[in-house]
Design a protein around this ligand. Structure first.
Ligand SMILES: Cc1cc2nc3c(=O)[nH]c(=O)nc-3n(C[C@H](O)[C@H](O)[C@H](O)COP(=O)(O)OP(=O)(O)OC[C@H]3O[C@@H](n4cnc5c(N)ncnc54)[C@H](O)[C@@H]3O)c2cc1C
Length: 507
């Protein structure tokens, strides 16, 4: 039964704490207060309006935690709370939402259906995913099966492979969007809500391996292989990852040393793979191998001879980053994806989608960082003024906002092209997607640096006010390496443009 809250006058609350018109009886909690009991009995706090003092030190979600919310005994008569805790609603902070969601702005790209879909997706992410994201980011465990089951129930796992025949007959998000109407803007909404959580390790742990490991099976696997793998992955019963990189083969895949040779009707595979996302919990490994006919992609189940060990990186182990060894692993030749010696086509075919997905997530996190900085620079007082009274801080905010807005507009344009010319993606869009990813990761790191300065010590502290800034500062370099290193992608874009230069172009 909900606790009855009383209304109090200011005269009645002398020994208690008032935060944003809510009255808290902290007498029993004082000795437990992490900042010391004296803070709560200070004459400027006890029985006074402690709102500013509280929000100078705590994030608003602290008040929602059961151990603190149960201390509330009432409200101040005639006053209403100013700070509304409503993470599922659209933020009213300028630039905190992309302009298509901000009131008073228009977009040529998004329909009413996208808006409905976004609303439902945000509610789902706030209620179901966010608590798991924070817990796993901190404890390093993989995302919980309960969340995976819910993702499968709403067919969100399937939606992460974009529009296509794999959606046929599925009920998407309880029926909000029909499979044949699902487009890349819908998918970008799923990714944006993931990015808005601000937990970089969890983002990769949130089945990033599936999103890069399954497309080669969907596009190049035999019907038997697809039947064996696809339904279980889409239903969240099994997990898959992409295992290409090795110690001597990163940007340059030609250095691959994992070797597969034929023995009767089997491949026998030996070698190692490095930094394999979700490898720690994957059941299947879509693996790049050197064979006598060239580069071949082979689907390897977690069977005898396959071992995975965690690699410690700067972000949370919830990503399941693995060092994988294959020791005389035997799989049938029918596990070849895309034909012998044709592995490069298989791998290249999903690069654009992978990089575009990364842009969707990272730009939404970048926007979250802008929101954090706008809020903090308004509430933090220095030298008797809010932080945003300093021109140097406003200049940082101006650059942050411009960077994320520029990239968002570019992303929407590319997404629109994807909706119209998926087949031509590699020809037309590989360059622009490469450039966008390079731009987004460079601007992301610039914004991470500026945000850290705005937050000071809090910006490099993993809990409390600056925790999202710290996570972003630590996580944004990952975006610059994974899915194609920043410089490599810029170079790819220019080389693509050079190929299309008219031979007769002259100054
Ligand atoms: C956390 C994490 C997760 C990952 N997940 C996966 C995964 O799931 N599956 C998988 O197969 N791989 C994965 N990778 C590997 C990732 O794709 C590679 O790290 C990336 O391709 C770069 O390779 P490298 O680290 O060997 O760097 P290198 O290839 O050694 O390059 C180092 C740097 O040299 C520069 N450089 C290299 N070549 C060029 C060039 N031609 N032009 C200009 N500059 C260049 C770039 O700046 C680059 O950053 C992951 C990596 C990490 C760190």
């Amino acid at each position: 039964m909900a606790k009855q809250l009383r209304e109090y006058t200011w005269d009645e609350v002398k020994n208690w704490l008032v935060i944003d018109s809510r009255v808290y009886d902290v007498t029993k909690f004082m000795s437990l207060h992490p900042g010391g009991a004296h803070v709560l009995s200070d004459k400027n706090v006890a029985g006074q309006d402690a709102t500013d003092a509280f929000f100078a030190l705590h994030r608003q979600e602290v008040l929602q935690r059961p151990q603190y919310s149960r201390l509330q005994i009432g409200t101040i008569k005639g006053e209403i709370a100013l700070v509304k805790y409503a993470p599922e609603e659209l933020s009213q902070v300028p630039y905190a939402e992309p302009s298509w969601l901000a009131s008073g702005y228009f977009s040529p790209y998004y329909t009413e259906n996208h808006r409905q879909f976004q609303k439902a997706m945000r509610k789902f992410f706030v209620e179901v995913v966010a608590p798991d994201a924070q817990a796993c980011e901190d404890n390093g465990k993989r995302l919980s099966q309960a969340v995976v089951d819910k993702l499968a129930e709403l067919n969100i796992i399937a939606m992460r492979f974009g529009p296509g025949k794999h959606l046929k007959g599925l009920t998407l998000m309880g029926g909000i969007v029909k499979p044949e109407e699902f487009d890349y803007f819908h998918e970008s909404i799923v990714l944006a809500e993931l990015g808005r959580l601000g937990t970089r390790g969890y983002y990769d742990g949130f089945l990033a391996g599936d999103t890069i490991g399954l497309p080669p099976v969907l596009n190049f696997g035999s019907p038997e292989i697809q039947k064996m793998v696809v339904p279980d992955v889409l239903q969240g019963k099994k997990f898959i990852c992409l295992a290409i990189t090795e110690a001597f083969a990163g940007s340059d895949v030609s250095g691959l040393q994992t070797y597969a040779y034929k023995d009767g009707n089997d491949w026998v595979i030996n070698g190692t793979k490095k930094w394999i996302t979700n490898g720690m919990f994957a059941d299947w490994f879509t693996t790049g191998c050197r064979t006598d006919t060239g580069f071949t992609v082979i689907l390897i189940p977690r069977i005898e001879g396959v071992e995975t060990r965690p690699i410690k990186t700067g972000y949370s182990p919830t990503a399941g980053t693995a060092f994988v060894t294959f020791d005389n692993v035997r799989v049938p030749l029918s596990h070849t994806l895309g034909g012998e010696g044709k592995g490069m086509n298989v791998i290249l075919s999903n690069f654009n989608h992978e990089r575009w997905m990364m842009c969707c997530v990272m730009l939404r996190t970048q926007r979250l960082i802008v929101e954090e900085c706008l809020k903090w620079s308004q509430q933090r007082q220095v030298f008797g003024k809010p932080l945003n009274a300093q021109a140097v801080i406003r200049n940082k905010l101006a650059l942050m906002i411009s960077r994320v807005e520029a990239a968002q507009n570019w992303l929407e344009n590319i997404t629109y092209q994807m909706n119209h010319s998926y087949k031509e993606q590699s020809d037309k869009l590989a360059g622009p997607i490469g450039f966008l990813k390079q731009f987004a990761t460079r601007t992301g790191r610039a914004t991470a640096g500026d945000a850290t300065l705005i937050f000071g010590g809090r910006g490099i502290t993993t809990t409390g006010m600056g925790k999202l800034i710290e996570n972003y500062h630590r996580g944004s370099p990952f975006d610059a390496i994974l899915g194609g290193a920043e410089d490599v992608l810029g170079d790819l874009g220019v080389r693509q443009a050079m190929k299309k230069m008219p031979k007769n172009a002259r100054l």
